[in-house]
Design a protein around this ligand. Structure first.
Ligand code: FUC
Length: 775
């Protein structure tokens, strides 16, 4: 059923090399607009690259996600600025693109009567970047390859960065070795650049200043550049618990041997082999989902398509493309074995990325993983699960300290006896714990562990439940159960804050705000359910049961709103009226306690959404999109999708806060998936939130809880055909909207008996790995 569509971002001019033509990459003085708005991203989780597609001097900017100091001492660092000097000016027939179906970027043009073509990709299986260059005439390919280390030396910081960065580029025959150190954590890094060529002559030289080496290729027919990179970082507990920054990476070896191995393995393969391996592996993930809203391939480039969209020509193609782009970006920035996707995914050109490219836990990092499960990319969550396992020991220390300081009578002396907690900020080397003067309450932890419940619920893999989900979720309940105090017959978080909500320029601190109460409710419920599934009698689950009904997570105020703070009467009494965070609705999305079966709460949620307003920062519009998707109001949800595209999207379709943050891309993709398929209320609801503009369409391969892979066709906003592939078997419950009785058949065409429940819900037993058709 896979009718593959062309999915390309393409442009008829290169990305500007730098903001103003000068090679200044200081973020505060000169935001690199060429990078942020125009360059095209590639990645394999470990490494990210931005392609500018230039013809005089090409710029390929590379990030390696572990080359990162934490907040205030410089964030994620720029690994390498790589230049390819062609001196091809005044070219004709110029075109560059990023093809989402193949995860390859291209640059083509004519110069001096010769057709030049470059193809770029970053392979996950071979863990290298590959650039293949060809010319239509023999002997016409010449260039100088000049990788550089940006921000070398102490780049202007007073103190705190521990003395900056050092390193240089040397040549070893056909290979350049870029090698150095980031002082603060003693991060050792190395990149290797090898040129394989057909015809012509390759030689190594010193650059103009005589400090670093370059490779010069002359008169070749074709060439392949291979790039491998690494650091001495290891995502392990001791990196987090070790307090001395100089000792964090001390036991780990220099990355030279690892990078050399990657390079030698890749160099032993032909270009075609590398490409085939990349395609085969990438497509296993990307091809799982297709979406057809009737979009037709445009004749205008993507920047103009977006421009026209902003002007009111709402291209269905762009809507499909943006949805799939989020999936592409997740595959490119979060892969088993790699670090998780950070605030900018795996892309950064600065010495200190905005918000240090951290893992911000009061919504941003969670949003990164919202599309992982429903758009059929559950494996991409593995890096976050591994990250959580690595920071867990420190997160438990943070919980011990917090309970010790605030509830000494509740302190457990057992290891892990106080559960775990995470504050808003987290990086690859350390995490923030909880504090009572922070701008977010303990709900932050539950907001995080919800991903782990979903990880099980969407995969229904018992091993995941036992080994990953239950430990994380139940131990979060352990912590949360200790931070509640009785008040007015309820149990409220004693120190509570709704993420970043301010009154009179101060964060508002209170008891039992909606964010904390809802998140605790959801986490406790998941703990209870998980314990029951595993047949475990756990005192944590017993406590959760006792506490659940006293949490009072949704309270309606005088304006008909969901109260953000219990002490507010009318909407806006406390806090910024149009605040970007809308944390009182986390129980609507990503949570589920506010749903179609709680109509009063749902009405209050809609009222709250209206009052808060649509226009906001990139990710905040994406959150609103997901929230509206859950209300069932298709036109309203679609309006948010349009707003995100019009006001939060750059020409390379990256989300902008501003500045660029990847979260909004991921939130946008999950929001569209939520419009097309929902399953949080205990049944599959196909196309629950369609706008009039998407009256007809189809999708394949979205995933519902229970690990049902769902495909649907619809017309006049009614499902005409549904296919459910039961990847885990079990009872399938689904909503059937059109008032007619469905006919369910299995793959052999046999009719399947089903049970009719109330409210148009039908349920039937499924066999594992059997496909069911419903008409
Ligand atoms: C949260 C948000 C900000 C920004 C930052 C990275 O603090 O409130 O808007 O997205 O994370």
């Amino acid at each position: 059923m896979n009718n593959k569509k062309s999915l390309k971002l393409w442009y008829t001019s290169p990305a500007p090399a730098f903001h103003d033509g000068a090679p200044s990459m200081d973020r505060t003085n000169s935001p690199d607009n060429g990078w942020e708005k125009w360059s095209l991203p590639l990645g394999n989780g470990y490494m990210g690259a931005n392609i500018f597609g230039r013809t005089g001097t090409e710029r390929v900017q590379i990030t390696e996600n572990t080359l990162a100091n934490p907040y205030r001492v410089g964030g994620l660092n720029n690994f390498a600025e790589v230049f390819l000097e062609f001196a091809h000016d005044n070219v004709t027939q110029y075109m560059r693109d990023l093809d989402l179906n193949t995860a390859t970027a291209h640059v083509t043009y004519q110069w001096g009567g010769v057709d030049y073509r470059r193809e770029y990709f970053i392979s996950y299986p071979d863990r290298v970047m590959v650039i293949h260059l060809t010319a239509s005439q023999k002997g016409k390919l010449s260039f100088t390859l000049r990788p550089t280390i940006p921000f070398i030396k102490d780049y202007g910081r007073e103190e705190g960065d521990g003395g900056g960065k050092s390193g240089r580029v040397t040549a070893q025959r056909d290979t350049l070795v870029l090698e150095g150190k980031l002082n603060y954590y003693q991060i050792l890094f190395e990149g290797q650049f090898r040129v394989l060529h057909q015809g012509g002559r390759l030689e190594a030289r010193a650059d103009e200043k005589g400090e670093n080496a370059v490779l010069v290729l002359n008169g070749a027919d074709a060439a392949t550049i291979l790039i491998a990179a690494g650091t001495n970082y290891h995502m392990e507990s001791r990196v987090f618990t070790e307090k001395d920054p100089q000792q964090k990476l001390a036991p780990y070896p220099h990355p030279h041997a690892m990078v050399t191995r990657l390079m030698d393995n890749a160099a032993a393969k032909t270009y075609t082999q590398l490409l085939d391996t990349h395609l085969q592996e990438y497509q296993t993930y990307f091809d799982r989902v297709s979406l057809d809203l009737g979009g037709e391939e445009p004749e205008i480039p993507t920047d103009r398509l977006l421009q026209e969209y902003k002007g009111g020509r709402h291209s269905r193609y762009l809507e499909e493309l943006y949805f799939q782009y989020g999936r592409y970006l997740l595959i490119a920035s979060s892969r088993p074995g790699s670090t998780p996707a950070n605030l900018q995914g795996v892309w950064n050109c600065y010495d200190d990325a905005p918000w240090s490219a951290g893992y911000w836990h009061n919504i941003n990092v969670q949003m990164n993983y919202w599309p992982a499960f429903n758009t059929n990319l559950a494996e991409m969550f593995e890096p976050y699960a591994a990250y959580n396992a690595a920071y867990m020991a420190l997160a438990q220390e943070c919980a011990d300290r917090y309970i010790h300081d605030n509830y000494p009578e509740r302190l457990s002396k057992e290891p892990g006896g106080n559960g775990w907690i995470i504050g808003t900020g987290a990086w690859l080397y350390t995490i923030d714990g909880m504090s009572n003067d922070s701008h977010s309450g303990p709900g932050t932890g539950a907001f995080t562990s919800m991903l782990f419940w979903d990880y099980y619920d969407f995969t229904r893999n018992r091993k995941i439940l036992e080994e990953v989900t239950y430990p994380v979720v139940s131990s979060m309940s352990k912590f949360l159960s200790k931070v509640l105090v009785p008040e007015d017959g309820f149990l409220l978080t004693k120190y509570s804050a709704s993420p970043e909500q301010v009154q009179d320029n101060k964060y508002w601190h209170t008891k039992g705000c909606a964010f904390d109460q809802q998140m605790i409710y959801e986490n406790h419920r998941n703990t209870i359910q998980a314990a029951a599934l595993l047949g475990i009698e756990d005192p944590v689950a017993e406590t959760a049961k006792e506490q659940l009904d006293k949490l009072d997570p949704v309270v309606i105020g005088a304006s008909g709103q969901v109260k953000e703070f219990r002490e507010e009467n009318e909407y806006g009494d406390i806090g910024e009226y149009h605040h970007r965070h809308i944390s009182q609705l986390v129980g609507l999305y990503p949570g589920s306690i506010i749903n179609q079966d709680t109509p009063e709460w749902m009405d209050a949620a809609k009222k709250t959404l209206e009052l808060r307003g649509d226009k906001s920062t990139g990710w905040a519009m994406a959150h609103r999109l997901n929230l509206w998707s859950r209300t069932g109001d298709g036109n309203r949800a679609y309006l948010l999708y349009q707003t995100l595209l019009k006001q939060g999207t750059l020409t390379n379709l990256w989300d902008t806060h501003p500045p660029f943050q990847i979260d909004g891309n991921f939130g946008g993709t999950s929001g569209v998936a939520e419009m097309l398929l929902q399953s949080h209320a205990g049944y599959i609801d196909p196309v629950p939130t369609l706008p009039d503009a998407w009256a007809k369409g189809s999708f394949q391969g979205l995933v519902a809880r229970g690990n049902f892979e769902v495909s649907a066709c619809w017309e006049n906003k009614q499902v005409t055909q549904l296919e459910i592939f039961a990847r885990a078997g079990g009872v399938c419950r689904m909503k059937w909207h059109d008032g007619l009785r469905p006919v369910i058949t299995d793959a052999a065409g046999n009719q399947v008996a089903y049970h009719e429940e109330k409210d148009a819900i039908v349920s039937f037993d499924t066999q594992k790995n059997v496909r069911y058709m419903i008409r």
